[in-house]
Design a binder for this molecule. Structure first.
Ligand SMILES: [Zn+2]
Length: 268
């Protein structure tokens, strides 16, 4: 499932490939991908240009001329930029014909991804109860301190809570807690000011490094390749057998229905 760095990579890759392009027409092949009326969706986007590329949490936000196009990839959503004569497969659910003759294709084998349109000036700061972006000043130790007050949930659940901070999923939550030497099952009540500072710093560092790693792959994308973001090869604990720091065996614990990987030696 794409998390913030993958969504950011997809966004910047698409910006690189289709910025300024005009949509001539839209074909919706699986109507449930569209929230709202698919015909109205297609009509509203015909003639619009891809002007500004933004991200909010795990949402891709495209500011057009008169509307904003919003897309959430969920589990398996991917974008392709291809020539119209390239064969379509049955998982390609939305097609955007572009003014340079290419086609932007949305492919989703699980069909969980969604897209919709909203007003051009729509303010995403309070969108869907999403918390601050990890790189916003609002995400700071004092904010964590205030947010966790009176709460007892595990740290892992706190990081996955999109209203606490936007964009972090299972992989990066495990990696952030590993970098902070905190066990995922530790109650968010039992951390210090120092831990709060570490969480802010390590969240930004890890996401930055992941975005940078994804960014380097942009050059290798061509018009026929899927844009799916990077897969993590450099994790210290997530889906690892042994800890990259100390070599100890990694433990797995189910927290909030998700598998959490941690090192029992490095993380307290
Ligand atoms: Zn370790």
């Amino acid at each position: 499932m794409p998390e913030l760095p993958e969504v950011e990579t997809v966004l910047r890759t698409l910006e690189h490939m289709i910025a300024g392009r005009q949509i001539l027409s839209v074909t919706v092949r699986w109507p449930k991908t569209i929230e709202g009326d698919p015909d109205a969706f297609a009509q509203a986007l015909a003639g619009e240009h891809f002007n500004v590329f933004e991200r909010r949490g795990k949402y891709l936000v495209f500011r057009m001329d008169h509307v904003t196009l919003v897309s959430h990839l969920r589990m398996e959503g991917k974008y392709y930029v291809q020539q119209p004569e390239e064969p379509l497969d049955r998982h390609m659910h939305v097609l955007f014909d572009l003014d340079d003759g290419r086609q932007l294709r949305y492919r989703d084998t699980r069909k969980f991804g969604r897209m919709f349109i909203t007003g051009l000036e729509y303010d995403f700061s309070h969108f869907h109860d999403l918390g601050p972006e990890p790189f916003d000043e609002a995400f700071c130790p004092a904010y964590i301190h205030a947010y966790r007050k009176g709460k007892t949930q595990p740290l892992k659940s706190l990081l996955l809570d999109q209203s606490f901070v936007a964009g972090i999923g299972n992989i990066y939550a495990d990696e952030i807690l590993s970098a902070c030497a905190l066990r995922p099952g530790r109650s968010c009540r039992r951390i210090t000011r120092h831990d709060e500072e570490n969480i802010v710093r390590e969240t930004r560092r890890i996401l930055c490094e992941a975005i940078a790693a994804g960014g380097t792959t942009i050059r290798t994308y061509t018009s026929s390749l899927g844009v799916s973001g990077l897969f993590q090869n450099d994790c210290c604990v997530h889906e690892q057998k042994t800890c990259r720091r100390c070599g100890s065996e990694i433990h797995i614990k189910r927290i909030g229905g998700r598998s959490s990987y941690y090192c029992p030696v490095c993380q307290k």
